[in-house]
Design a protein around this ligand. Structure first.
Ligand code: FEO
Length: 395
């Protein structure tokens, strides 16, 4: 557990979690995750959010050090998900006179976790809280990522405490600012975080960004990942792009294959697309790639090509899982092409078409499948299929 000074009176308190293997018990964390929170030591003191319970053993000690002998006046809860609210119970015990600050949705959720025996200040969208030198303005950002989610904007130093927005998977390995790391690597995990955690609520992200457009922002302080101070506009532009489901002119091909036949078709399609000049094509085995990485890539690529072998007269169960996640993610404005292979009765492509029919994406030509081993002659039938994908991509 560490604390960094962001400015004279603002501290960044964070915990690195390298032990947890699955975020929300679902999303792999190969590089761990960091829980950030912030403390303002002004005439009045305020802690903005906490960290996941059990992620560190000295959270209160670091808070106490950052307070420098003062008591805690306010506990501001921008987001109630337990990865940020887990230490609230301990804070309430250590500082029984603290005033908890949140909105009416915060209070409802808070009461179900921690009862009602504390002072609560309900704020409305746009309300301000004067701390002395600093003055915070609350910006409600419902469904980014929960209904109670809100941000706090420091009008004094133009710092945005952005809760889940602009965050990422991955620990803070000494460097905590955007200008201290390789952003090209970082942004991959940031996009995976967006696609899997926030992406479903992209419409709400767009509304939240609309509320921030008139604010000068010198620093973005999210609850996960690095603090943005040099590339603030870039971080906002990434979120703007992702929330509008804008994509690169590129193709991802995801296949389910038991005996390499559907895989061979996927490779053929990828090769033919590359011959047409398409860049950054990615091919994934749905059985070997965690769905969180596939969703992240789906957020990057304009064209998504899915192929499944037949399995018990339907599609391969791993492809079915990915299709469900695509549906659940709410990703919009994509182009779709479907293919498959079968050995005897078929049914894979039919099931794939049925599952994808509700996505509402533009179709790039007719779905296509072949029987048995895809030799060179059989693969030629995919040339027009590839041409359709390319033409749609270039529209
Ligand atoms: Fe990082 Fe929605 O919690």
């Amino acid at each position: 557990m560490k604390a960094n000074r962001l400015s004279d009176r603002i501290f960044h308190v964070y915990a690195n979690d390298r032990r947890k293997s699955l975020f929300e018990n679902m999303w792999p964390l190969p590089s761990g995750v960091a829980y950030n929170c912030y403390l303002i030591n002004d005439e009045k003191t305020a802690l903005l959010d906490t960290v996941e319970l059990g992620s560190v053993d000295d959270f209160l000690g670091v808070v106490k050090d950052s307070l420098g002998g003062k008591t805690l006046d306010y506990l501001i809860i921008n987001h109630m998900e337990p990865d940020h609210s887990g230490e609230i119970g301990n804070v309430l015990k250590a500082y029984p006179d603290v005033t908890v600050v949140g909105n009416k949705f915060t209070k409802k959720i808070l009461n179900h976790y921690y009862g009602e025996g504390f002072s609560f200040l309900e704020v409305k969208d746009g309300d301000k809280l004067a701390l002395g030198y600093h003055c915070l303005q609350f910006v409600f950002t419902p469904m980014v990522h929960w209904p109670e989610s809100m941000m706090a904007y420091d009008q004094t130093e133009h710092i945005l405490f952005a809760q889940d927005a602009f965050g990422s998977f991955g620990t803070l390995d000494g460097n905590v600012f955007d200008d201290e790391i390789d952003l090209s690597v970082y942004e991959r995990e940031m996009r995976r975080y967006y696609a899997n955690i926030v992406g479903r609520y992209s419409q709400h992200v767009g509304k939240a960004l609309g509320k921030l457009v008139d604010k000068s922002i010198s620093m973005i302080c999210p609850l996960h990942g690095v603090i943005w101070r040099k590339n603030v506009a870039h971080a906002v532009s990434l979120y703007d792009r992702w929330s509008r489901c804008e994509a690169d002119e590129s193709v991802m091909i995801v296949y389910a294959s038991m005996y390499h036949n559907t895989e061979a078709i996927a490779d053929y399609i990828a090769y033919q697309l590359s011959q047409l000049g398409v860049k950054n094509i990615r091919v994934f085995d749905v059985s070997k790639t965690h769905v969180s990485y596939l969703l992240s890539e789906a957020w990057r690529c304009k064209s998504i090509v899915l192929g499944s072998c037949a399995y018990n007269a339907g599609m391969h169960p791993m492809m079915e899982l990915f299709c469900q996640e695509l549906k659940h993610s709410g990703l919009k404005n994509r182009q779709l092409a479907l293919f498959g292979s079968y050995s005897w009765g078929g049914g894979g492509l039919k099931a794939l078409k049925e599952h994808c029919s509700t996505l509402g994406w533009e179709e790039s030509g007719a779905a296509l499948e072949i029987q048995g081993k895809p030799n060179a002659e059989k693969l030629q039938v995919f040339d027009s299929f590839v041409q359709s994908i390319y033409s749609t991509l270039k529209q």
